[in-house]
Design a protein around this ligand. Structure first.
Ligand SMILES: Nc1nc2c(ncn2[C@@H]2O[C@H](COP(=O)(O)OP(=O)(O)OP(=O)(O)O)[C@@H](O)[C@H]2O)c(=O)[nH]1
Ligand SMILES: [Mg+2]
Length: 451
């Protein structure tokens, strides 16, 4: 997620030294502007962002730290729109959510994904209402999804959408459901008749949230249609689906600011767990190359029980993440959905995620190597990677059929990732991140010197 943008930001930041002059700033800003436009961020948003970063950097005194701070602040501002973030429960259950969007945008899949997240991560009792009766196969599709994820469904091919919604709401009240998700029929374009149906269902259901599911691959059209749905129906959040197929990512960056409605979730694959909350602070971190430890922990918690997740987070914090944890994580990761999106959340692994493409991580060379190495280790070595001196590494290389250089490389990667994760999971992680970025850019940087 956001690989291209993250790379471009790195490039821009690299153009400027700890203390520098206007010329260097100009270069950095040009780089920033070019890359944002290339990523399909809307030109107005780009202009606003670049102008503000320039102004703030100058005001603070041109230098890398000022530039980073300005960029981070401005990114956060652009990504944030007034409204809720992530999933927000109504003060009185059930929380009713109306899912809307154009045909094929991913409403039904996303309804299933949201239900999965609420059930698995938040332990909520979820009911889905099949209010799409336009398409014959729609109800059947939802039935299959509901069955697969073990969530209750109200559906009736012979009823009207209004009746289905009424029944679902009554059932939710009677049987104390926490959340009702209403899947609706798609619109080919902005179709008046269907819009009226939607408005009727809205008035009937009085939803706490109206989500507009937009297909990320449609680029700027996603922004325009979201705007129309906002005007006509009054959406409270946007969900960008099929983000895994959109390598540029610019729409996600601009849409909240352009439409004035928060981007709430991103669909990152076809499987049910492939849904990420879009929390501006975290995304800013990811954009600036720092991964998303919190998001990772949350995702992990969804499939591992909470105790294990806490233990792992503690281990990361203490820098004790070892090879056994890694193997355990790999097993759990199978359940986490798209490997690429997971790797992208780990600090320092963004590049690896990019190289992976759509590769099957589990059967990838990298992971096979690590697994082969681990199987050649003694239990003690698995517990404590620091034990691995040269003679032990030689033995592991032989045992796993790898060259010693390969063993060294993998070990280094593993240690770096664990180290970075530790740094960023602690207090002041953001500050640390900035310092790390400076070091990474080779611009010297003087961590520890107060501003
Ligand atoms: N790769 C990828 N595919 C997705 C994602 N979300 C949905 N899809 C696919 O997009 C297609 C359409 O998804 P649906 O959920 O049926 O879309 P819909 O909006 O309900 O469609 P209608 O009910 O016909 O309006 C399906 O093949 C999904 O698997 C995603 O985040 N990533
Ligand atoms: Mg559908």
């Amino acid at each position: 997620m956001f690989d291209t943008l993250t790379d471009s930001f790195k490039n821009a930041i690299g153009k400027i030294r700890f203390h520098d002059d206007e010329k260097a700033l100009k270069k950095a800003l040009t780089e920033l502007r070019k890359s944002l436009l290339k990523a399909d961020v809307h030109h107005k948003v780009v202009k606003e962002l670049v102008t503000t970063v320039e102004k703030d950097t100058k005001a603070a005194g041109i230098g890398k730290e000022a530039f980073l701070a300005a960029l981070q602040k401005e990114l956060l501002r652009i990504l944030t729109a007034k409204g809720n973030q992530g999933f927000v429960f109504a003060s009185r259950p059930p929380t009713v959510v109306l899912m809307t969007g154009l045909q094929g945008s991913g409403k039904t899949t996303t309804t299933g994904k949201l239900a999965t997240m609420l059930k698995e991560q938040k332990k909520k009792k979820v009911l889905i209402a099949a209010a799409d009766l336009q398409r014959l196969a729609a109800v059947e599709q939802l039935r299959q999804i509901a069955e697969q994820i073990g969530v209750d469904l109200v559906a009736d091919e012979n009823a009207t959408p209004d009746e289905v919604v009424k029944r679902a709401l009554k059932k939710a009240e009677d049987e104390l459901y926490d959340v009702v998700l209403i899947d609706t029929a798609g619109r080919l374009a902005i179709d008046e008749e269907l819009m009226e149906e939607l408005a009727r269902i809205r008035d009937l259901a009085q939803p706490d949230e109206i989500f507009y599911v937009a297909d990320a691959m449609t680029g700027m059209d996603a922004v325009r249609t979201a705007q129309t749905f906002k005007d006509k129906i009054g959406i409270t959040g946007v969900i960008l689906s099929k983000f895994d197929a959109d390598s540029k990512g610019g729409v996600a960056l601009g849409i909240a600011h352009q439409v004035g409605v928060p981007l709430r979730f991103i669909g990152s694959g076809e499987k049910m767990p492939d849904l990420e909350p879009f929390i501006p602070e975290r995304i800013t971190g990811r954009l600036m190359g720092a991964g998303d430890i919190e998001g990772l922990a949350e995702k992990t918690a969804a499939v591992i029980d909470e105790k294990t997740a806490k233990r792992v987070t503690q281990k990361i914090k203490k820098g004790q993440f070892n090879f056994n944890d890694f193997l355990e994580q790999m097993e759990q990761m199978k359940k986490l959905g798209s490997m690429k999106s997971i790797l992208g959340m780990i600090p320092g692994m963004g590049n690896m995620a990019k190289q992976l493409g759509d590769l099957d991580l589990e059967n990838s060379e990298e992971v096979k190597h690590i697994k082969a190495m681990i199987s050649s280790m003694t239990p003690k070595e698995r517990e404590n990677p620091d034990l691995l001196n040269n003679s032990r590494k030689r033995r592991i290389a032989q045992g796993s059929g790898l060259s010693q250089m390969e063993v060294n490389r993998v070990l280094k990667q593993f240690k770096n990732a664990a180290k970075m994760a530790k740094k960023l999971s602690g207090k002041g992680g953001m500050k640390q991140m900035q310092q790390m970025m400076q070091q990474m850019q080779g611009g010297g940087g003087f961590p520890g010197i107060p501003r």
